[in-house]
Design a protein around this ligand. Sequence first.
Ligand code: PGA
Length: 260
Amino acid sequence: MSHVKRQTVIVGNWKMNKTIAETVDFIASFIPLMKNSAAQILLAVPYTAIRSAAESALDTDIFIGAQNVSDAEEGPFTGEISASMLIEAGAQFVIIGHSERRRLFHEDNQLVNRKVLHSLKDDLYPIVCVGETLKEREAGKTHEILQQQIEESLKGLSKEQMEFLMIAYEPVWAIGTGKSATPEIAQEAMLYCRELIAKSWGQAVAEKIVILYGGSINVENAGVLLEQKDIDGLLVGGASLNVETFGQIVNNQKINIVRK
Ligand code: PGA
C-alpha cells in the first residue's frame, strides 16, 4: 500500500488520574513544552476535568476529549454521559472501546459500534481502540480478532464517517505492562488493520485514516515506533501523566524531522 503523508497524532490517555487543579497545572506547564511539536496533540482527561482542561487549552493547539461515552442520547441510565453533554463540556473527541472498558466493564463490539455511531451523530470525534490479548496472539488469532473488532465496531459507517475517526491499535498485553510491542509487531498488525479498512471502505479511506499505536509508550520507544510507515501516532497512557515526559514524547525528533 502506497504511503501518503498523514498528520502525526499524539494522544495522552490519563485514565482515572488527575483532579481539576492538577489538570490546570499540567496544561499550564505543558503549553510551553509543546510549542515546537509538529504533532497534533490530544488529551483524554477525566469527565470532571473536561471543562477546566478545555478552558486551559483555549487558543492552543491542544484538543481535549473524554475516555468514554454512553451509546444513548439521554434517559434513565444512571452514571452515563452522552456525546452532546461531552461536547457541551468542551470535549472534541472521545476514546471508545479501550481494552480496560472491554475487559473491566464488559463492552463488546456491538456496544462500541453504537457508541461510535452516537458520537458521530453529535460530531464528537471517536478514537476506536482494537487489539488482541496475549492468549489470542499466542493462539495465532491476532488477525481474526482485529478483523472482528474492526468490522463489528465500525459496522454501518459510511466512507465519509470513516474520515471522521481514528483507530488505535493497542495490544492488550502491552498496556500498562512496560512491554511495548516491537516496531515490527506493531507495524505488521497496523498494516493489517489498514488493509481491512481498504477492503471494506476502499483504498482512499485506508490511506487517509490515522492509526495510532498504544501500549507502554515511553520516551525511548516513541521514536522508533513512529518510524514505521503505518504508525501515524501514539496513544500514551502512563507516560502522559508526567508533564516533562509527555513533553519529551511530543517533541520526539522523528515527529519533527520526518513529519514536518
Ligand atoms: P500505557 O497505556 O501507555 O500506560 O501502557 C496505554 C493505554 O492504555 O492507552
